[in-house]
Design a binder for this molecule. Structure first.
Ligand code: NDP
Length: 453
């Protein structure tokens, strides 16, 4: 290790220690910062300007973190209070952009980890969008449509003060789909008294949404993995795939993988997983999840040859060629990663955000498993959100195939740029490092150009 490497390592370590000290108990945020900062050592070492301009100290500190009270009345007439969050992490290359998550686990740490990651992911897409994220500890499970509407209206009443088509553009994430975006858009429009379509993405097609946005994250993840496979002379054709989750990302990852000739044998929800050796019947999953909002355990009632197993994490015991974690953070730990390797997995593509723990990633990389990290592999959703913003600005709509073609091109570019960055900085084939570096350089250079702000 030369002198420049040592001082870059010391710099990264000191910034990380400050983050831990300044944000105590925020384990997910620490994890995300550590993963990115450590991979930036070769860039910092080669370009001391990033130390001189204090880039890392600035990039780990959100521009703004907003928390607010969300009061609402349930169907029994009882007052409920949840906490709302919006982190506006970095706006150097465009308006803050990132989804809203409604899940009881939501707290400042989770929102900050997601917003931090989003900054680099959005940069990687090549679109002019900054990083943001938000949500609430509200649990949509088991709530009536009326309760969902009253909650989202209250949430938007406060959030509306901080967002806008040129400042901050939220979208969906866990627990926030077309229904919630519709209610929030209606409330925003009512409060503003105008039709600012570009304030939210993931809208319904009839009122400013983009075709292919619903499919974009799942399709994009499969396009990305396909690039990784093709580079090694492999393909989805004839392969066995396991997809965790059964929400938006999982459903369209299953659909595209199946279209490319794979057999997807399992999917899950937070209670457990189903294994169907004949291949998961997506029509059933979509009806259960998108229409009936039922549990995945119901699948076996219609497909008695399939097996339901309680405990979602056990899904990774199923042997497969390709694993697509599309549920939530830290769902593949070191033991699950080892098991996947023992069972012969060839490629892992992260559809969810940070689904693999840091030691789990090490297991995949050291065993030469092709590994597509979240910020690259699942960037298709936000990329098409940016295309939705463009269509809203133009007051024009592209056809499905036009958006899908653009998505495909974007995913190929993300793959190529990540591969090139990894090679240039001495980590050939390591897309974790490559994606972090490629995403970082654009943001960091824009921060230098715009001065110390
Ligand atoms: P959905 O709410 O549509 O689906 C989430 C799925 O994951 C559900 O099947 C859910 O099961 C399961 N799940 C949620 N929490 C847990 C948990 N703690 N343990 C196990 N399973 C869990 O969300 P999305 O599909 O939109 O998001 C999935 C992941 O993809 C998230 O990490 C999200 O941040 C990421 N992502 C999403 C994008 C998008 O465009 N939607 C864009 C980029 C990333 P249950 O129904 O039981 O809760």
């Amino acid at each position: 290790m030369n002198e420049a490497d040592v001082s870059a390592k010391d710099y990264v370590q000191s910034v990380y220690e400050t983050v831990v000290k300044r944000n105590p108990h925020e384990q997910e945020f620490h994890q995300a910062v550590k993963e990115i900062l450590e991979s930036l050592v070769p860039v910092i070492s080669k370009h001391p300007k990033y130390i001189e301009h204090g880039i890392l100290e600035r990039i780990v500190e959100p521009e703004r973190l907003i928390t607010f009270r969300v009061p609402w009345v349930d169907d029994q007439g009882k007052v409920q209070v949840n906490r709302g969050f919006r982190v506006q992490f970095n706006s150097v290359i465009g308006p803050y952009k990132g989804g809203l998550r409604f899940h009881p686990s939501v707290n400042a740490s989770i929102i900050k980890f997601l917003g931090f990651e989003q900054t680099f992911k959005n940069s990687l897409t090549g679109q002019p969008i900054g990083g943001g994220k938000g949500g609430s500890d509200f649990d949509p499970k088991g709530k009536s449509d009326g309760e969902i509407m009253r909650f989202t209206q209250s949430f938007m009443t406060e959030l509306s003060k901080y967002i806008g088509p040129d400042t901050d553009v939220p979208a969906g994430d866990i627990g926030v789909g077309a229904r919630e975006i519709g209610f929030m858009f209606g409330q925003y429009r009512r409060l503003r008294g105008g039709h600012e379509a570009g304030v939210l993405t993931g809208k319904g097609i009839g009122y400013g949404g983009s075709l292919a946005r619903t499919e974009a994250t799942g399709y994009g993840a499969v396009y990305f993995v396909n690039e990784m496979l093709q580079a090694e002379g492999l393909s989805f054709e004839g392969s066995t795939v396991v997809v965790s989750g059964s929400g938006n990302v999982a459903i369209y990852a299953i659909q595209k993988a199946t279209q490319l000739g794979a057999k997807v044998v399992a999917c899950s929800d937070s209670n457990g997983y189903v294994y169907d050796e004949k291949g998961i019947n997506l029509d059933t999953v979509r009806r259960l999840k998108e229409e009936q909002r039922a549990r995945i355990s119901e699948y076996v009632k219609e497909h008695p040859h399939a097996v339901y197993v309680e405990g979602c994490e056990k899904i990774w015991t199923i042997p497969c060629d390709i694993a697509l974690p599309c549920a939530t953070q830290n769902e593949i730990d070191v033991n699950s990663a080892k098991l996947l390797v023992e069972n012969g997995v060839k490629a892992v593509g992260e559809g969810a955000n940070m689904p693999t723990t840091l030691d789990g990633i090490d297991v995949f990389l050291s065993n030469k498993v092709l590994f597509g990290p979240a910020k690259a592999a699942n960037a298709g959703g936000v990329a098409v959100s940016a295309l939705e913003m463009s269509q809203n600005s133009m007051r024009y709509s592209w056809h499905f195939h036009e958006v899908d073609d653009k998505l495909h091109t974007i995913m190929k570019n993300i793959y190529r740029n990540s591969v090139q960055a990894a090679e240039e900085y001495g980590y050939p084939g390591n897309l974790v490092v490559g994606a972090n570096i490629a995403g970082f350089i654009k943001v960091a250079d824009a921060m230098i150009a715009q001065g110390v702000i």
